[in-house]
Design a protein around this ligand. Sequence first.
Ligand code: FAD
Ligand code: NAD
Length: 467
Amino acid sequence: MKYDVTVIGSGPGGYVAAIRCAQLGMKTAIIEKYNVLGGTCLNVGCIPSKALLDSSEHFHNAAHTFKEHGIELENLQVNLEQMINRKAGVVKSNNDGITYLMKKNKIDVYNGLGSFVNKNKIKVTPESGEAQEIETEKVIIATGSKPTVLPFLPVDKERIITSTEALKLKEVPKHMIIIGGGVIGLELGSVYARLGSKITVVEFLDSIIPTMDRALGKELQRVLKKTLGFEFFFQHKVTGATNTGEGVKVTAENPKGETVTFEGDYCLVSIGRKPYTDGLNLEAAGVQMAERGMIAVNDHLETNVPGIFAIGDVVRGAMLAHKAEEEGVLVAEYMAGQKPHINYNLIPGVVYTWPEVAGVGFTEEQLKEQGRAYKTGSFPFKASGRAKASMDTDGFVKVLADKNTDEILGVHMIGPRIADLIAEAVVAMEFRASAEDIARMSHAHPTYTEAMKEACLAATENRAIHI
Ligand SMILES: Cc1cc2nc3c(=O)[nH]c(=O)nc-3n(C[C@H](O)[C@H](O)[C@H](O)COP(=O)(O)OP(=O)(O)OC[C@H]3O[C@@H](n4cnc5c(N)ncnc54)[C@H](O)[C@@H]3O)c2cc1C
Ligand SMILES: NC(=O)c1ccc[n+]([C@@H]2O[C@H](COP(=O)([O-])OP(=O)(O)OC[C@H]3O[C@@H](n4cnc5c(N)ncnc54)[C@H](O)[C@@H]3O)[C@@H](O)[C@H]2O)c1
């Protein structure tokens, strides 16, 4: 079989690229080594983690806030097995959805490991059965990433686990030690803290979610400690972890250079992810690598070999599903002769804790580093009528705008339903709105979105109304 384009990997980068290629009239194939489509995001990432975050949030609210709302429950219990089964059902229904989309767009799906024979020929080796070769004019590599593991942190998938195992535990841990205070650690830590686990986060740097605007990590740390009892150990360099049979022992070096030991029953290693290219046989096509295991690409996401492209977690940039999707669309449109563009500075980052956290554009730290003249406007949710009604008063919206032109340069939020609210900031910034533009737009009352308007009012001339 000969294709115009073959996509290797069916995550959000790969399957979206395949659909866009098919929409543009290319004869398209997609190769996925597992028997289900959707990649990390759908099978062991975004979707299952959000399913468990939702379930655990219901439980936490039932246990802690329902009474205040006048709803009384007796014998509240966690049925973890049902929670995990529901999650599996959510994943399955999305798997089916992608299979349907492949059919609808007449994309041929091959299950098996894809590896280059040469730049126009790919061998597909299924788990069982005969391998076959397909010919192709162009290739999009979308093979994603895997958790980073360190030699002194031997993940045994029993007690010392990664996010993949944490999404299907058979019991609620008594004490989960989390190595790395990034997105995965805080989201999955929240799931189990809400179900009753004690959570200890051991972080190498001096803040959680350290790449986001620093004000967000500070507020999230305060709230997670207050509402879920998280304990944080910063500037601790983890040096080892051992499965003791009944539990785990984690050793770390504290800021004074002393060795400290943490004991728990599970240890989640969430210290980042690394690009995944095992088995691709890139040498056969002559594709060059960049630093840290990434595939090297140019601005059009084309590798050094003309006609071979790479997108998503396997190339530079944020390891996010929506970034991978945009890149998939860009490559398809570029192949079709269009002139697509991605503004990487406006790809939002979201953490699905409660309160949720999100940011887009420059952080205050980045603006300081650039020496840019900027002004800030903030609005706390404790002054929002909507947030008071739902008792979600932690957090704020912070807007950074150019001091001279008033153009919005960054928006950083922590609070209720922020994951959805950040879209307004993205639209505003894509259209290069000023803070006053947003401040003058009507925002429905009472909604959480009013906090964005108020923060823009605060940034404009310090004229927020409700504070
Ligand atoms: C726990 C967790 C939660 C996350 N939550 C979010 C979130 O809420 N929002 C967000 O934006 N991002 C989230 N992410 C990150 C997100 O999952 C990734 O950024 C995204 O999946 C990257 O997409 P991708 O298409 O590049 O690769 P992937 O989704 O990793 O897909 C790559 C696919 O390629 C296949 N493959 C690899 N090699 C071969 C081969 N040789 N032949 C055939 N197939 C191959 C793999 O099996 C896989 O299916 C989360 C990640 C994790 C782990
Ligand atoms: N909501 C989302 O969008 C979402 C959710 C989950 C995962 N993801 C993506 O998946 C990727 C991986 O997530 P992650 O949480 O593993 O990585 P991360 O990069 O978000 O966080 C890793 C954290 O571990 C710390 N760390 C690194 N080495 C350490 C060590 N030896 N000891 C102690 N701390 C150490 C880092 O300083 C950092 O704070 C991220 O790039 C993220 O974008 C996104």
